[in-house]
Structures are given as structure tokens and as C-alpha cells.
Design a protein around this ligand. Structure first.
Ligand code: AVI
Length: 320
């Protein structure tokens, strides 16, 4: 008897983008267990300066930031959206614990494996930490946020994760976040700034090939989950950066005319030679743009924290 392997709605959603006229794969699909593992390699390489810059900001301003999170409040819930491996957040957590701040840490991530690993690692490192892990995407988290959290919430959205949305999507997301937050809650957001284009290009076209593997993992994921027969060698990783708009974008370009068969759903998708699949946007910001995003989504900027080179900003927002 033939064994049927269940095809998830998520996997089917991946295929939807490939059926549209301008082929795309939504960037949330990067983060299966393998993609989350490769992303950790990306964060560990020097070319991907974002991680180091944010860690530098936390090291430099941790006491100031911690005091802003909770100076007079009785207790605070730190909700981290897209927590990944939490390597930078550790710096803030350590500070809050050493200051005896009463807080709960609630990391949320779309990858169950990543968030469980994070929970174990954090609890192992900080046995007294009150931690509650959650699996989910940002949008279903927003509903939980408005329901389940009676304490002051500080929503952390770090690592320039917002940059994976375009401007309109960012405003919609921030507005939804705003609506889910109480009057006293805060949003702590990490955003990558415009800089020498060469620095940005090296971060997304790294010499180790990790970013290429991260991009190609989308095809391998479809092979695993949809029984597709993508040959990754038949697609070229194409990162590009436009300093005019501040958008770094990634594509997978079909380097030949080809057909890909998805055996689990018995469908075929055709690719023309040099037809691109749009896979990711990583927006780079200037302060004007950050101001306008905060303003248009019902927030005001309380404080900005920069690294030494002004490559990155962590911005603390409250409701208008
Ligand atoms: C998670 N996100 C903010 C990363 C970025 O920079 O857009 C994902 C990434 N893609 C390639 N390298 C890193």
C-alpha cells in the first residue's frame, strides 16, 4: 500500500506564489528548521553586520533601555516577535535580571524548533528567568497579545525584521500592533539604516555562500514538503540593492527553460529562461522614513539608540 504524506496548507501556500504572473515565494517560508539553522550561520558571519551592531547597541545602552522598559512599573512582559536564537536579547535579559526587574520573557517564532531550542538555552543559562515560548506567525500573535497580557507589554521586533515587509505592509502591521497594545505599552524596534551600498551588498552576497544556501533552501523545502523536483543548480541566487529606495531584494533566477513537477499534488510549474522568483525584501531606512512610519501608524519615537558606525538603530516607540 502506498503511504500518503500529508501536504500542509503552508506548503500549498508556498506553491500559490509560483502560480502568479510575477513568481514569488513569501519570505516567511525561509524559516523551516533548516532555514532557521542557515540563518544562524548568516548571523554569525562578519559580513552580516546587523547582528553585531544590534548587540553593540544593547551592550552600550542596556541599563538605559532596561530602565525605559520598566522603571516604575511592577512587572513587565517582554514579547519578542521573530525571536530566532535570541542571542542579542540575552544581553538585555541579563541586565534586567541583575537589576531584579520583575519580568516575563515571551519569545515568539514561526519555527517551533527554533523557539523550543531558544527556550531550553535561555532557561539553562538563566534558571530564574520566567519564560513562556510561543509558536506562531506575527499575525496570529497579535490577537493573543491583546487578550492574554495584563502587565505592561514591551513588544520587541528586532534585527530589522520589519524590513522584510514593503512600506504599505509595514504600516498595516504597525497599525495592527498599535491596536493590540495598551496605552502604557512600548514597541522596541531594530531597523537597519542606509549606508555604503558595498557594505549592504556584501551582507547579502556573502563569500561563504550562506545567503545563497538560505535562498535555495526555499526550493529544497518544496522538494521535501511537496515532493517537487527542483534542481537548485538550475537557479541562480541574485541579491541586489537599490540605494534610491533602500530596498535590498533577493531573487532566484531560473537559468534555463524548465518544468518542475510537484509529485504530491500532481502539478507542474514552468519557468522561462532567466525568469525570476522574488523571494525577499530587506529594507534599509533613513531617519525620515522611520519617523514617517511611526507617525502614520499611531506611534511616537521616545528614544533612538545607534551603534558606533550609525549602521543600525534601535528605536523605542510609545503610542501617540
Ligand atoms: C530576518 N531578516 C531581517 C533578514 C534580512 O536581513 O532581511 C533575513 C536575511 N536574508 C538574507 N540574509 C538575512
Amino acid at each position: 500500500m502506498q503511504k500518503t504524506i500529508e501536504v500542509t496548507t503552508e506548503a500549498l501556500e508556498m506553491l500559490e506564489g509560483l502560480k502568479s504572473r510575477n513568481k514569488k515565494i513569501f519570505s516567511k517560508f525561509f524559516y523551516d528548521a533548516e532555514g532557521s539553522r542557515i540563518f544562524q550561520q548568516i548571523m554569525g558571519m562578519p559580513e552580516y553586520y546587523l547582528t553585531g551592531c544590534e548587540a553593540e547597541i544593547f551592550e552600550t545602552y542596556k541599563r538605559r533601555i532596561g530602565a525605559m522598559f520598566c522603571s516604575q512599573c511592577l512587572s513587565v512582559d517582554l514579547v519578542e516577535l521573530g525571536a530566532g536564537d535570541g542571542r542579542k536579547t540575552r544581553i538585555l535579559i541579563e541586565d534586567l535580571l541583575s537589576e531584579n526587574v520583575n519580568f516575563r520573557y515571551i519569545p515568539v517564532d514561526i519555527s517551533e524548533e527554533a523557539v523550543l531550542q531558544l527556550g531550553d538555552a535561555m532557561q539553562g543559562r538563566f534558571p530564574n528567568l520566567n519564560i513562556e515560548t510561543r509558536v506562531g506567525d506575527y499575525f496570529n500573535m497579535l490577537e493573543d497579545l491583546s487578550r492574554d497580557y495584563p502587565n505592561r507589554k514591551v513588544v520587541m521586533f528586532l534585527g530589522s525584521n520589519l524590513g522584510n515587509f514593503n512600506y504599505d505592509q509595514s504600516i498595516t502591521f504597525l497599525e495592527q500592533l498599535n491596536a493590540a497594545m495598551g496605552a502604557d505599552d512600548l514597541l522596541f524596534i531594530g531597523l537597519d539604516l542606509k549606508k555604503d551600498p558595498e557594505v549592504i551588498r556584501n551582507a547579502y552576497n556573502d563569500p561563504h555562500g550562506y545567503t545563497r544556501e538560505f535562498n535555495l533552501n526555499l526550493l529544497r523545502r518544496m522538494n521535501r514538503e511537496l515532493g517537487a523536483d527542483f534542481n537548485p543548480d538550475y537557479f541562480t541566487h541574485e541579491p541586489c540593492y537599490d540605494s534610491g529606495t533602500g530596498a535590498a531584494k533577493s531573487y532566484l533566477v531560473s537559468n534555463r527553460e524548465q518544468e518542475v513537477y510537484f509529485s504530491r499534488i500532481d502539478e507542474t510549474i514552468s519557468f522561462r529562461k532567466w525568469e525570476p522568483i522574488y523571494t525577499e525584501r530587506s529594507q534599509k531606512y533613513d531617519l525620515e522614513m522611520i519617523h514617517s512610519m511611526a507617525e502614520s501608524s499611531g506611534f511616537k519615537i521616545t528614544e533612538n539608540y545607534f551603534d558606533n558606525r550609525q549602521f543600525f538603530v534601535n528605536s523605542l516607540w510609545s503610542k501617540q
